[in-house]
Design a protein around this ligand. Structure first.
Ligand code: GAR
Length: 321
């Protein structure tokens, strides 16, 4: 099994979501571990709980510091602890754009509403005032725009006619404690999840002109051209023939190129069984920090190598504009 992902949790308050994450991380087989709990509030309740549980903590009050400087100190602490992801759990600070950009795709937040409804504060009171039947919580990726990144998971909570914002908030938190550990677990495991990786490859492959999916030897493959006479330009491999890789196979220009890439970048490429002999190279997908633009470039190159001239000509012409 893959090593658990290392996460730093940032809190400002009671830290009950952090506690839910922490105890979830201690269950058998959990795919993440908390390496740091950090706060902008020196006496945040959650820091004490983390200490009792033997987790490293860091407190850095924001007063008297610019947003950038404060973020930089928090970021350094996360890096020093070896964090691969930052998980915000009731961290009531808006983050500077530079910080968010540096962690893009690796920073998550939980927000007490069913986004895109009710971004910002007072979410429970606003849901009650609007007469909504439900509110809830959303786990989302953090982007520079507040509460606007991709929503990864949501939990719904019914609103009762006699609800107060405080009572409702308490119930929403119960739901959050179920939702957040599961959403974080799923997110950090994506990189090893063949279904997720196949979906990404499929999206990129089928975005190329005149492509379709066709199974080949029991594995998904992608072809260019007509259903009748199309040719494969990519094959998806999930740990085939004893290999530990989840990979997409694409066409190289020559055996020399294939062998050169495999030799110089063995963490990115490998020579697949059978297919390798005819110039297909494996681009490893289940590796940390995978660059999907790089995968897209390979797919396009492989598409160009096998596409009929009528399609590549059109593309060359389009490129000239
Ligand atoms: C949670 O309800 C969380 O959704 C909310 O703060 C609370 C923190 O509780 N976060 C936000 O409002 C972020 N905009 P906790 O400290 O007990 O986990």
């Amino acid at each position: 099994m893959a090593e658990p992902a290392k996460i730093a949790v940032f809190i400002s308050g009671t830290g009950t979501n952090m506690a839910a994450l922490l105890y979830a991380s201690r269950l058998e087989g959990a795919p993440f571990e908390i390496v740091l709990v950090a706060s902008n509030v020196a006496d945040a309740g959650g820091l004490e709980l983390a200490r009792i549980e033997g987790i490293a903590t860091f407190a850095h009050p924001h007063k008297g510091h610019s947003r950038e400087d404060h973020d930089a100190a928090m970021e350094q602490a996360a890096k020093d602890a070896g964090a691969q992801f930052i998980v915000l759990a009731g961290y009531m600070r808006i983050l500077s754009e530079g910080f968010v950009r540096r962690w893009e795709g690796r920073i998550l937040n939980i927000h007490p509403s069913l986004l895109p409804k009710y971004k910002g504060l007072d979410t429970h009171a606003r849901a009650i005032a609007a007469g909504d039947s439900h509110c809830g919580a959303s786990v989302h990726l953090v982007t520079p725009e507040l509460d606007s990144g991709e929503v990864l998971a949501q939990a719904k909570v019914a609103i009762a006619s006699e609800d107060t914002p405080e009572g409702l908030a308490a119930r929403v938190k119960l739901a959050e404690h179920q939702l957040y550990p599961r959403a974080v677990a799923e997110y950090v495991s994506r990189g090893n999840d063949p279904e997720y990786l196949l979906a990404r490859v499929r999206e990129l492959a089928l975005a190329l002109p005149e492509t379709h999916e066709r199974e080949s030897h029991g594995s998904p493959g992608f072809r260019v051209g007509t259903e009748k006479s199309g040719k494969f330009f990519a094959h998806f491999n999930d740990q085939h023939h004893g290999s530990q890789h989840i990979a997409v196979l694409v066409k190289t220009g020559s055996m020399d190129e294939l062998l050169g890439l495999v030799e110089t970048q063995p963490d990115v490429y490998f020579k697949p069984a059978y297919y390798g002999a005819s110039g297909w190279i494996g681009v490893i997908l289940n590796r940390p920090g995978i660059d999907w633009d790089h995968v897209a470039q390979w797919l396009e190159r492989s598409w160009c190598a096998v596409a009929p001239a009528r399609l590549t000509k059109l593309r060359d012409a389009a490129d000239r504009f």
